[in-house]
Design a protein around this ligand. Structure first.
Ligand SMILES: Nc1ncnc2c1ncn2[C@@H]1O[C@H](COP(=O)(O)OP(=O)(O)OP(=O)(O)O)[C@@H](O)[C@H]1O
Ligand SMILES: [Zn+2]
Length: 654
């Protein structure tokens, strides 16, 4: 940060001028130009910031227009970052906004690039990107203002390396997972059927064949079947969904319907043990539904030329079938109609995507397919069907966004940014926006509640020195499973290097083909058979990511028995940690911020838990009001203060 240091003794007006100057000059990185990001860019510009870099990987969708006010209908399909920057510059030309449409995780946005900014402000919507930015800010020693909203709830926090907690010092909820056997065989809630329709059936029919989900992997044995029979059945199952040469889309849709809602259900019914304490499902017969499903079933192939709906983005089975009310639950016959019609439309009019499609909540046809399939499965299992609207929300992990919440949170981000630029990090706060009035300790009623920021958690695996502990079956788990499920999914390590005594595995663009092929040989091997004695009980495995400047140490415990209901992932990640310092909150020292990383949680009541981001639940007021002495200040804090000592008497929004 450039700019003359101001003496606290100077008149307020001089200090205000200097602060303004600093805001003009400060280099700000804003990550995300969505709901929060648009408001943030506008507020930054109107507050006097003039040097902003914005990165967002996405393009504008119609569904963004109700709350991302920098965008208009004509912008649909264009880069969010670019359109947002242009819109802001139109009303504040002095504000220079450099926009990039890119994923912030791309390698060019490395530590050196992050070091070029005075502050980083996040307006993201996923944990993975937030963790990545947190790690780069730590490595580059740049303060981060993090934010999130969920309907009426909002939160803004400030993270300064060595001074305050990093984003990962405290537990974060990770996406809810469900026991595989419940999803495959014994669903008893609508969400179980939605997960099955989206992650298993949609993926099998339209997605990439080489993407195998956990749901595909675990084939159950029917009564009287051997392991071998079950494996052969699983293989047969996968090949069943391949469309045969010359097979019409009509015949294919029919065949899939019969298979998944009749044959498979009968197979599950034959697993008698499953139904000792549960009601068995009931298969559906297409011929019985046929007369009602005639609209779709009679359309033997849908041709581009004969359809008035040419634009794939607009394709809708419901529209073709005249089903208008997205808030009403369909009858079983309607679900069957939509299922058959959506399958045919995909095959006939979106054939280019078949084999590569990825479920997207903004893809009407994909949502209709998932809604129809999950409702049909619900009917088999006597679960009440849901409306298209509800299923879209649950399948897309949608928390309905509220523009005002985003606007307030963006204002709070800018307030924290100004405190940082004013050299007053000790005045920064974590601020929570609640959905109802809350009475604070002072007895005052408020909706926006600030709380003191906590010092870093010494046991944080990212900014502290914690050692993680991993209980896993080292005989059954392959190295690939360890990489995918633990290292990438749980620890968000993008490009891992794995080391233990005498063994090293690396990933990354610098490797040549031979190296990649050599390393690939290890992927299918069970952990204990890896070279140099393998990963086994008491092994200490070092995991690092050069790009994130991250190093983690994991102590492995071999554990064979896993209860699939309680621990669907068949491993447990936690902290066997060094002694917590006196300052660490006592109740946190048990798992010290790691419990969310352990993932599965058995309580699957309530749909909120499938949302990816309940990370921004309002937290209770934190209590550490300890004043920090000069010696305790971190290098960034000292630098901020030295560069920007604009006065001690600035008001805090407490
Ligand atoms: N890794 C990433 N790199 C760059 N931008 C990202 C990354 N991850 C998320 N984003 C951006 O963060 C923004 C988050 O905004 P928001 O939460 O409003 O989501 P949205 O996609 O605009 O809306 P919705 O999810 O409700 O449809 C999005 O524009 C998204 O593209
Ligand atoms: Zn931390």
């Amino acid at each position: 940060m450039n700019g003359e240091a101001a003496s606290p003794g100077w008149p307020q007006v001089v200090r205000a001028k200097l602060l303004q100057q600093r805001m003009k000059e400060a280099k700000i990185l804003a990550v995300g130009a969505g709901g929060i990001g648009c408001e943030l860019l506008k507020t930054l510009a109107l507050s006097g910031f003039e040097n902003v870099q914005v990165v967002d990987m996405d393009t504008i969708e119609t569904s963004n227009l109700n709350r991302q006010f920098l965008f208009r209908k004509r912008h649909v399909g264009q880069s969010k970052a670019k359109v947002a920057a242009e819109a802001v510059q139109r009303f504040r030309p002095s504000c220079k906004i450099n926009a990039m449409q890119a994923n912030i995780k791309e390698p060019q946005y490395n530590v050196g690039w992050f070091k070029g900014f005075d502050l980083v402000l996040n307006g993201l919507d996923n944990l993975d990107a937030r963790r990545h930015v947190n790690r780069l800010c730590l490595a580059a020693e740049v303060p981060l203002v993090e934010s999130g909203t969920a309907a009426y709830l909002g939160q803004v926090t400030v993270h300064i390396k060595g001074t305050y907690e990093c984003f990962e010092c405290q537990p974060k909820a990770t996406p809810k997972t469900y026991p595989v056997c419940t999803i495959r065989n014994t669903p008893d809630k609508p969400i179980h059927c939605i997960v099955w329709a989206k992650d298993l059936l949609f993926q099998r029919l339209f997605g990439r064949a080489d993407v195998v989900s956990d749901l595909d992997e675990a084939a159950e044995k029917a009564e009287g079947e051997t392991e071998g029979d079950a494996a052969a059945a699983a293989e047969q199952e996968a090949s069943f969904f391949v469309r045969q040469t010359g097979e019409s889309s009509f015949a294919y849709a029919d065949r899939v319907f019969h298979r998944v809602f009749c044959f498979d259900i009968e197979r599950v019914i034959s697993m008698k043990d499953l139904w000792k304490t549960r009601k068995p499902p009931v298969p559906l017969r297409l011929d019985e539904l046929r007369h009602a499903a005639a609209g779709a079933a009679s359309t033997n192939g849908i041709h581009k030329s004969s359809s008035s709906q040419q634009a794939t983005a607009d394709l809708s089975a419901c529209r073709l079938l005249g089903i208008r009310d997205s808030h009403a639950a369909w009858s079983t016959a309607q679900s069957a109609q939509v299922f058959l019609m959506a399958t045919q439309l995909f095959l006939d009019l979106r054939s280019d995507e078949v084999g590569a499609a990825v479920f997207d909540k903004d893809d009407a046809l994909a949502v209709e397919f998932v809604a129809a399939a999950s409702n049909l499965r619900s009917t088999c299992y006597s679960i009440s069907p849901l409306s298209l609207f509800d299923i879209k929300g649950m399948a897309g992990n949608i928390v309905h966004a509220i523009a005002t919440t985003n606007a307030i949170v963006s204002g709070l981000i800018v307030a924290e940014a100004i405190k940082l630029l004013a050299g007053m990090p000790e005045n920064c706060r974590a601020t929570h926006l609640r959905s109802s009035v809350h009475t604070g300790r002072s007895g005052r009623e408020r909706i926006i509640g600030p709380s003191m920021l906590e010092p870093p958690n010494p046991n944080c695996p990212v900014c502290g020195t914690a050692q993680l502990s991993l209980e896993i079956d080292t005989h059954k788990t392959t190295f690939k499973e360890l990489l995918d499920r633990v290292v990438r999914r749980k620890l968000a390590v993008a490009q891992p290097t794995i080391q233990y005594d005498g063994f090293m595995y690396e990933e990354g663009p610098d490797l040549d083909e031979d190296e990649v092929a050599d390393y690939a040989k290890f992927l299918g091997r069970p952990l204990h058979t890896l070279p140099a004695g393998g990963i086994k009980d008491s092994s200490v495995v070092e995991v690092s990511d050069q790009a994130q400047k991250l190093e983690l140490s994991i102590i492995v415990t071999h554990q064979e028995e896993w209860d699939e209901e309680k621990d669907p992932e068949a491993f447990s990640l936690g902290g066997k940690l060094p002694v917590a310092s006196a300052d660490a909150p006592a109740e946190d020292s048990s798992v010290a911020g790691l419990s969310s990383l352990t993932g599965a949680n058995d309580d699957d009541e309530g749909i909120e838990e499938v949302f990816e981001e309940p990370a921004f639940e309002a937290r209770p007021n934190l209590t550490s009001k300890r004043k920090r002495s000069d010696e305790e200040q971190s290098p960034i804090e000292k630098r901020l203060k030295a560069a920007n000592n604009l006065g001690e008497d600035c008001e805090v929004i407490d």
